[in-house]
Design a protein around this ligand. Structure first.
Ligand SMILES: *Cc1c(COP(=O)(O)O)cnc(C)c1O
Length: 427
């Protein structure tokens, strides 16, 4: 009997998994149509249940900076597997991982491992609240920090109103502890600190917001946030789950020289296995149990398989220093699509930093969530489907970032530029 194709699998999945998927964006609701199922991934490519091979610009939503199924990561996993899958006691790889993260990330003096980016941000928020003895936090519209209750909040109707839950099931009282502000405007942050004097525990942000497309901060903005937090004795949290080890070995904090107090990490540090981490100043991290009063724990935290895969992912970055080559690939694609849009007379913004980029069909540069969501998403959907048909997999939403891996070859890039350009011409 023939193996089930994507459509067969999706029908079965719909019967036993809500929406047929284990994470909502995989369901293709933002672009329409049915998702494809992947049976194998290798290098720059996904191989689907329909016998298609796709050049992948999702890269498992960021982790696969070395491409899929990298032989070095696979070997280290195979080796770790021989020694057992979980110990429930401290193990040597956890120490090596902590030392590696402390070495690579400028602001991290101590670090604790968790199992996802969501756990990292939720733990960092609790720690900031415990450390400062304050309850309120500031987040920015369009920044995604995983599905944490306090962080799944949108702005209220005015810029300085308290947040509204983004999801059913979040108590309004909890949402009221989150202040949501537009990104790239430090004066509103100062106003919030004036209005809620002595109540704000932390500012949390993606230093380069990459979950509503890709938004780049104005040069001084991150520095101002640092200054405000220092003055107000609030904790500055960079969520570098996406940008860490992707933009530079030490993330945005290395690229910009702005150091947060705490950093949330994930994605690349797991080498494709489920991992997160949060770390920062020893003075703050020592507030965690068992030394301090802030409780945080995990049965599988520091899991030996995840540590092995993650360490080889990080060591590959340190050995190969792929950042310049990755940035050149990003620039090549950005230039090609910009040129195609210009010759077609279409307004298109292509923010790009290193191996991350996105397409906004929009007249003006995108500075915040409101700018991003006013772009013409219908045009992106058409480009998405055209590319998919031609063997190029872009993220299935106009508000996700595209990722390039070290395994995307010159041939892959040329094909991508050509397919993207003709998809834009066909609009
Ligand atoms: C992906 C992501 C998260 C959530 O990580 P999960 O592992 O999906 O829980 C948090 N913050 C940012 C910036 C992310 O991109």
């Amino acid at each position: 009997m023939a193996a089930p194709n994507s459509s067969d699998l999706f029908k079965k999945a719909l019967r036993c998994i809500p929406g047929g998927v284990n994470s909502p964006v995989r369901a293709f609701r933002s672009v329409g149509g049915e998702p494809f199922f992947t049976v194998k991934a290798d290098g720059s490519r996904l191989y689907t249940a329909d016998n298609n091979s796709l050049i992948d610009y999702v890269c498992t939503w960021g982790p696969a900076i070395h491409g899929h199924n990298h032989p070095v990561i696979r070997e280290s996993l195979a080796l770790a597997l021989q020694r057992g899958t979980s110990f429930g006691t401290p193990g040597p790889l956890e120490v090596e991982m902590a030392e590696t993260l402390v070495e690579m990330v400028p602001s991290v003096e101590k670090v604790r491992m968790v199992n996802s980016g969501t756990e990292a941000t939720l733990s960092a928020i609790r720690l900031a609240r415990g450390f400062t003895g304050r309850n309120k936090i500031i987040k920015f519209a369009g920044c995604y920090h995983g599905h944490v209750d306090s962080l799944l909040i949108s702005a209220g109707s005015g810029a300085l109103t308290l947040g509204q839950p983004d999801s059913a099931g979040i108590p309004p009282a909890l949402a009221a502890e989150t202040i949501v502000l537009p990104f790239n405007d430090a004066s509103l942050v100062r106003e919030a600190f004036a209005k809620y004097a002595g109540e704000i525990a932390a500012i949390i942000l993606e230093p380069y917001p990459a979950n509503v497309g890709l938004i780049l901060p104005e040069v001084e903005y991150l520095r101002e946030l640092r200054e405000i937090c220092t003055q107000q004795k609030a904790v500055l949290i960079f969520d570098e789950v996406m940008t860490g080890f992707r933009i530079a070995p030490g993330g945005v904090q290395e690229e910009t020289g702005v150091t947060p107090d705490l950093t949330a990490m994930g994605k690349i540090i797991g080498g494709g296995l489920p991992v997160g981490a949060f770390g920062g100043k020893a003075e703050i991290m020592d507030y965690l149990a068992p030394d301090g009063p802030v409780y945080q724990a995990g049965t599988l935290s520091g899991n030996p398989l995840a540590m092995a895969a993650g360490l080889s992912s990080l060591n590959l970055l340190r050995e190969n220093d792929p950042y310049q080559a990755l940035a050149a690939k990003g620039a090549q694609i950005a230039a090609a699509v910009k040129e195609a849009a210009e010759s077609k007379g279409l307004p298109l913004q292509v923010p790009q930093r290193g191996s991350m980029f996105c397409l906004y069909f929009s007249e003006n540069p995108v500075r915040n969530y409101a700018d991003a969501t006013s772009s013409q998403t219908g045009l992106f959907k058409k480009v998405f489907h055209q590319c998919l048909q031609e063997g190029i997999y872009l993220p299935p939403s106009p508000f996700e970032t595209c990722f390039i891996s070290t395994e995307h070859s010159e041939e892959d890039l040329e094909k991508t530029c050509q397919v993207l350009s003709s998809a834009i011409h066909a609009l």
